[in-house]
Each structure stands twice: as C-alpha cells, then as structure tokens.
Design a binder for this molecule. Structure first.
Ligand code: FES
Ligand code: FE2
Length: 372
C-alpha cells in the first residue's frame, strides 16, 4: 500500500514552521549594523541590531501596540527604541528601560520586555538559535559542518529571503535523487556535465553518523524506452562544444581536503537541512531556513578549501564572474520554480525517492523537539 500522507513521519509532518532548537544562518554579518533589520524565522519576527561590534536579536514586536521594533532605531547605546511612542529596550536582555513619552519615572518601565535570541557570528554570517523556552543552547559549532571551521576557506554565496514554498519542499528537492538529471539537463551549469538517463542509488550514512549521502550503485547514461525511443536525445551542438564536453568527462583531481572528507556520495544532507554537494574543487552548501509555512530564506554558499591565497582570490573572482549567476542563479532558480509549484501531500513516491524517505527518517531520528 502506498501511503498518501505524511503520518509515517509525525515530527516532520508537524514541522511546517521548521525544526526548532537549531542554529540557522540568517544573513551576512556585514548586513547587520546599527540600523535594525527585521527578519522572519520559523514563524517568528526577529529584529537584528549591532551595538559596539556585537550583534543582537530580539522579538520584533513592541508589546505596547505591536509595532515592529525593526522600524525603530538606536537613540542610546545598547538599546533599540520603538518608532511609535518611544519605548526603549535593552539589546542584551530585551527589558524595556524607558518609555520616553511617559517621562523618566514612567511606572511601566522595567515591567515589560521582549524575548531575546542567542546570536553568533561565524564564517561571515550571523547565526540565530531558535529554541523552545528553556531549551539548552548548544554551541553554534555543533550546527556548522566541521570542515568549514577546520580550514582556511574562501566563500562565495547568496542569501535570498522570501523564496516561495515550504522549507520541506526545498529540502526534499535538494536531496532528491531523481530530478537533477532531468530538470537541470539543459542548465548552463550542467552544460559540460554529462547527466545520466537514470541511476540506481543507495542512501548511506557518513562515518560521523550525522549525514546521509546518495551513493550511485549503477549509472545508466542512456536508455531505450520501449515503444517511445532513446533517452537522452543527441545534442545538436557545434563540433567545438562537443569536443569541449568530451574533454570535461575526465574527472578533475579532487582537492585533497575535500577527498579527506571521504564522502560516500556527491550529495549529502543533515538536519535541520544542510545540503552538501561536493565538487572536485569546491563544495556547495545550502540551507532552507523556514520563514513561515509558505516561504523560506535560501542560503547558498560555495566554498573553496584551497590553502593558497592566490587560489582563494581566483576562486572569488570566478564566483563573482559567473558561478554566482550560472549556479547560484539559473541552476538553483530551476529548483526554486519546482519548490514554488509543487503541492504535497498527497504524493505517490517512486524508487529514487528512497532519498526523500531517508531524509524524513533522519529528521525523525535527529530532531530536537520534545517528544510527543
Ligand atoms: Fe511601541 Fe507604542 S507601539 S511604543
Ligand atoms: Fe536541483
């Protein structure tokens, strides 16, 4: 019997607004200054603000009349003031320390406050921990792939708020075995990468037990479909392009730091949805940080592990010159299109969706929500 709903994965099913008690990358550190910025994460409105070098995160809602504090500004060091009646909050505790329009002795001062959120900065990004009340806050390093902290790296990346579709659609699209060879077959990024017609895949754990990975057991570059014909169709390319594509079939030597990760497959995933796609010279990481049930903040990083300064510089140039547009633009834009229009459950899964099922199982096993 094929199940048509998600009851098999109750935590997953209940997590339309995301998995709580994880650290999420939210924005570039350089985007957070003295002027407050508002973001939405896991259904909560949050205001980010920097004071004397340190970033803070508070609930973005003035308890007086519900105005977003992100529309306000800092008038006194270490505080943010609501634009409406001037209630002023301490950035570190969230406590209201002055109601300006009611004078210095306003009796409500110190009696109200807003929630604060743990904030950390790593890799040039601001990370926020969205936890349940009284949840233990793990060190941010626990939610960042180890290799990113262990090496000197160069990063190119893109952060897109308001991407349409539930975060789980984005996650399932990321780890889905079936679609890349079809949906992306004509993407610019894939033009020199030969796509198989179909594959036989096994999902395996990485040695540290935190990631699952797609391992190709058999690759079928071409196939005949009875009564229909051959797939893929021959490319009607000019000869020089055909030649270039043929040359690119020799796999390049993998960066030793990437090889040392000893990944069973090119694509792996872990909770709360960190996707890792390892190429020979760099690794793509992505997060789909839930905003609300219909939107997520799409965070893409491309990371070079080359130890040489010149190599890192060259990587940055290539990233800005074309990778950002071709890979983190057109290619993942095709994914965005699908993530926006898909609509599940109900669903009817097929063999390659073992990848999707194993991802849901991983969430059931490794989520940090209280058991229900
Ligand atoms: Fe914020 Fe009145 S609504 S001070
Ligand atoms: Fe894709």
């Amino acid at each position: 019997m094929v199940r048509q709903d998600w009851r098999t994965w109750p935590t997953y099913q209940a997590s339309a607004l995301g998995l709580r008690n994880f650290w999420y990358p939210v924005t570039w550190s350089s985007e957070v200054g003295a002027r407050p910025v508002g973001v939405q994460l896991l259904g909560e409105r949050i205001v980010l603000c920097r004071d004397r070098g340190r970033a803070y995160a508070l609930h973005d809602r003035c308890p007086h009349r519900g105005v977003p504090l992100s529309l306000g500004r800092t008038h006194f060091p270490g505080t943010v003031t609501c634009p409406y009646h001037g209630w002023t909050y301490r950035l570190d505790t969230g406590l209201m320390c002055a109601a300006i329009t009611d004078g210095p002795d306003s009796p409500i001062t110190g009696k109200v406050g807003v929630r604060t959120y743990p904030v950390a900065e790593r890799l040039g990004l601001v990370w926020i921990f969205i936890g349940d009340d009284h949840a233990e806050v793990p060190p941010v390093e626990q939610d960042i792939p180890e290799e990113l902290l262990a090496h000197r790296i160069a990063i190119g990346g893109r952060i897109q708020p308001g991407r349409r579709g539930n975060w789980r659609y984005a996650a399932e699209n990321g780890f889905d075995e079936g679609h890349a060879k079809f949906l992306h077959r004509n993407a610019l990024w894939a033009i020199f990468r030969r796509m198989p017609a179909w594959t036989e895949t096994r999902i395996v754990r990485t040695t540290d037990g935190r990631w699952i990975s797609r391992k190709w057991e058999a690759v079928h570059w071409e196939a005949d479909f009875r009564g229909l014909g051959h797939w893929p169709p021959a490319r009607s390319w000019p000869r020089f392009l055909q030649a270039a594509a043929a040359r690119s079939k020799t796999p390049p030597r993998t960066d030793p730091r990437i090889a040392a990760l000893d990944l069973p497959g090119m694509v792996s995933v872990r909770v709360p949805y960190i996707l890792r796609v390892a190429y020979a010279h760099y690794i793509h990481y992505e997060w789909a940080v839930p905003e609300d049930a219909e939107h997520h903040r799409y965070v893409q990083l491309l990371v070079s592990f080359t130890p040489e300064l010149l190599g890192r510089l060259w990587f940055r140039i290539r990233y800005l010159a074309y990778i950002r547009w071709v890979f983190h633009g057109q290619f993942t834009g095709q994914d965005a299109w699908m993530v926006d229009v898909m609509d599940i459950p109900p669903e009817r899964l097929y063999r390659p969706d073992a990848s999707v099922i194993e991802w849901r199982r991983l969430v059931e096993e490794q989520h940090r929500s209280p058991r229900h």
